[in-house]
Structure formats: structure tokens, C-alpha cells
Write a protein that binds this ligand. Structure first.
Ligand code: COA
Length: 152
């Protein structure tokens, strides 16, 4: 059974391994993950089956604006296609909504079909397109989702 829990400091090395498998040269270094953990521990989730970490999602919520970002989501290549990415993202959205988040933002490469599929299914819409968002001369879409909280 796959369970989703909050990440602990002990999980960061394996999260870094998965992040590196997913994003290669563009992955967050371990020290950045450690600092993001300090900043955003409440929105750092992992998916586990038994003792094995299969995936993670990391978000952040600004208390001033009630706007959140999904900063990273990754699933081990061997564990993909089992709804883990979707469940992690859904769980994070729920946590953010519980904490009064009104809008969630993320970026995604336009050719990342599986990620785009998940985000669209969960209510994200393309807000803008950039051909150099990360200053790497590569395209990204900025997507946003208004949460249930924003409708209240
Ligand atoms: C994106 C990622 C997190 C998805 O994780 P996952 O656990 O395999 O995803 P899920 O199984 O929850 O869902 C994948 C969905 O995409 C669909 N999908 C897969 N390949 C697809 C394709 N080529 N075109 C369209 N849809 C596709 C699946 O059918 C599934 O949809 P469904 O639930 O309607 O059946 C994973 O592929 C990954 O780690 N990629 C590398 C890191 C990354 O790109 N992260 C996102 C950065 S924005």
C-alpha cells in the first residue's frame, strides 16, 4: 500500500536521489532541499511503499498573499503510472487549502505530457508561456489554480 506522509530530515537524501533521477542537471542540490525543508516543512510530502520512498512533492505558501507554489514533484521512474504523482499533488493541494491558500502556481515544460495531464486534471490552467523562464533558453508554462478558498 502506498502512503503519503510528511518528509523528515532523514528522507532528504533519498528525495535528492529521486530529484536527480527526475531533473538531472536541473535538480535541486541536497543543501537547497535541506533549506527548503526548513522553510516549508509542512508542505514537503513523500509517498512510501513499505520503507521505500517512491516520490515526493514540495510546495510553499506565502502567508501574506495566500499564494502557493508547487516547487517540485518527482516519482521514481520504476514507480510511475501508478497515480503517485497525482496523489502527492492532490494531498499537497488539500493541505494548502486547509491553510487558506487562494491560488497555487507552478511551472512545467510544455512537452512534459504526464505532468501537464495531472495538473490539468487537478484544475490548473495555463496562465502564460515563456521561452526562457529559468534563464536556460528553454520553454516553460506558468500554470495557476484558484482554490476552493478563493471562491468563498
Ligand atoms: C510527472 C510525474 C511526477 C508523474 O508521476 P506519476 O506517478 O507517473 O503520475 P500519475 O501516475 O499520477 O499520473 C500520470 C498521468 O499522466 C498520464 N500520462 C502519462 N503519460 C502521458 C502522455 N505521454 N501523455 C498524456 N498523458 C500521459 C497517465 O495516463 C496518468 O493519467 P491518468 O491518471 O488520467 O491515467 C513523473 O512522471 C515524474 O516524476 N516525472 C519527472 C519529474 C517531473 O517532470 N516532474 C514534474 C515537473 S513540472
Amino acid at each position: 500500500m502506498i502512503t503519503i506522509t510528511k518528509a523528515t530530515i532523514q528522507d532528504l537524501k533519498v528525495v535528492h536521489e529521486i530529484e536527480t533521477m527526475c531533473f538531472k542537471d536541473g535538480s535541486y542540490p541536497l543543501f537547497v532541499l535541506r533549506q527548503l525543508f526548513d522553510i516549508s516543512e509542512d508542505y514537503f510530502l513523500i509517498a512510501k511503499e513499505g520503507d521505500e520512498v517512491l516520490g515526493y512533492v514540495l510546495g510553499n505558501l506565502s502567508a501574506n498573499t495566500n499564494q502557493a507554489w508547487i516547487l517540485s514533484v518527482g516519482v521514481r521512474p520504476a514507480a510511475r503510472g501508478k497515480q503517485i504523482g497525482k496523489k502527492l499533488t492532490e494531498e499537497l493541494i488539500g493541505l494548502l487549502e486547509n491553510n487558506h491558500c487562494k491560488e497555487i502556481c507552478l511551472t512545467v515544460h510544455p512537452k512534459n505530457a504526464s505532468a501537464l495531464h495531472i495538473y490539468k486534471k487537478l484544475g490548473f490552467v495555463v496562465f502564460s508561456a515563456s521561452d526562457n523562464y529559468y534563464l536556460d533558453n528553454d520553454e516553460r508554462l506558468l500554470m495557476k489554480k484558484k482554490t476552493e478558498v478563493s471562491a468563498q
